[in-house]
Design a protein around this ligand. Structure first.
Ligand SMILES: NC(=O)c1ccc[n+]([C@@H]2O[C@H](COP(=O)([O-])OP(=O)(O)OC[C@H]3O[C@@H](n4cnc5c(N)ncnc54)[C@H](OP(=O)(O)O)[C@@H]3O)[C@@H](O)[C@H]2O)c1
Length: 312
């Protein structure tokens, strides 16, 4: 039997989404083996995951990380855990640094020493946002805030460790779980008659379910597993299409028939603790080349799906 794949960040949006996706696959198993559209059979061993939350593995405690990996052995490590409060990170610099950088260095070292791939999630906020085109993996980084800087340092220590695996940068992540823009806007729409939303920051929303599907695809195809096991690559992934936060909010209200006025405002008129990049669009050319038949939904279609899940 293959060793389990360890997922750190059990209760993150991505962690809960991956668990839900796997649960649905397990339901399919009860009826018949799951064969995907490429004729590949997903074996039960492919679904051998262990999810851990902070209480089982606290990234603030380096000793606990060491202890955790002494006892159990894994097929791969997936890290969804992070200090993700962008504005709070400007004040809680030490915390963000510890979780997004120092702990990631430790995970990378373990991955290297135990010769198992590390799959780590990073962010569009490693870029400065001044480009007039979608950001490619090789483009120069220029984080504008502490969150982006600590996530960038996390990427750097993974690359320096010499471990294998993948860093997947994503953007504007949302889901039916946890805190995110879609759920915040829905709440505001119920409480207020009008809201201000910035219209000069552009990006690609990413429904967590689509990223979970990408990870499952990467983890069960022989060719992609071979790549994960033999080198470290950075990939960009988001849904198709792009929009401003204002466009995104408008679509949410329209789909839900919410009668709250949305006023477009500029970033300068919407003060926040952390500076944010203006262009957050990521080029997906590299991941499409890696997995040519990857189906990436448009953000508008994904939004409909997520709103349906929220309503259930
Ligand atoms: N959200 C976005 O818009 C966005 C955009 C681009 C990239 N990303 C990246 O995508 C990944 C997943 O984001 P997300 O939105 O799914 O995350 P999230 O919902 O904000 O959850 C973050 C998770 O990190 C865990 N965590 C925090 N401190 C920890 C510690 N000391 N030890 C162990 N676990 C700890 C939390 O665990 P507990 O619940 O147990 O406290 C929580 O489950 C992150 O790497 C993030 O940087 C997110």
């Amino acid at each position: 039997m293959t060793k389990p794949i360890l997922v750190i960040g059990k209760n993150s949006q991505l962690g809960r989404t991956l668990q839900k996706t796997l649960q649905n696959l397990s339901d399919i198993f009860k009826i018949k083996p799951y064969i995907n559209k490429h004729g590949e059979k997903l074996n039960k061993s492919d679904l051998n995951f262990i999810f851990v939350a902070r209480k089982e593995l606290d990234l603030l405690n380096i000793e606990s990380i060491n202890g955790f990996f002494q006892n159990d052995k894994f097929e791969a490590i997936i890290n969804f855990a992070a200090y993700t409060s962008v504005d709070e990170a400007e004040i809680n610099i030490e915390l963000a640094e510890q979780i997004n950088h120092i702990a990631v260095a430790k995970l990378a070292k373990i991955s290297k020493n135990q010769d198992i791939p590390l799959i780590h999630i990073s962010t569009d906020y490693v870029f400065g946002g001044k480009a007039y085109k979608p950001y490619e993996e090789k483009d120069a980084t220029e984080p504008l805030n502490i969150y982006g800087l600590t996530k960038y340092k996390g990427e750097k220590v993974i690359a320096e460790s010499g471990c294998n695996g993948a860093i997947i940068r994503t953007s504007w992540l949302y889901s039916e779980f946890g805190n995110n823009f879609v759920k915040t806007i829905l709440d505001l729409g119920k409480e207020r008659e009008s809201i201000n939303v910035v219209d000069d920051q552009v990006g690609s929303p990413t429904y967590a379910k689509n990223l979970a599907n990408l990870l499952l695809t990467m983890l069960h195809r022989d060719r992609t597993v071979e790549v994960l096991n033999s080198q470290l690559n950075i990939y960009h992934f988001s849904d198709e299409g792009s929009c401003s936060w204002y466009d995104f909010a408008k679509s949410i209200f329209k789909l839900r028939n919410i009668n709250c006025e949305i006023k477009p405002v500029k970033t300068v008129d919407f003060p926040s603790r952390a500076k944010r990049p203006q262009n957050n669009v990521l080029s997906k050319a590299k991941i499409k080349k890696f997995i040519p038949d990857l189906v990436i939904p448009h953000w508008k279609d994904s939004l409909i799906n997520c709103l349906t899940e929220i309503q259930k």
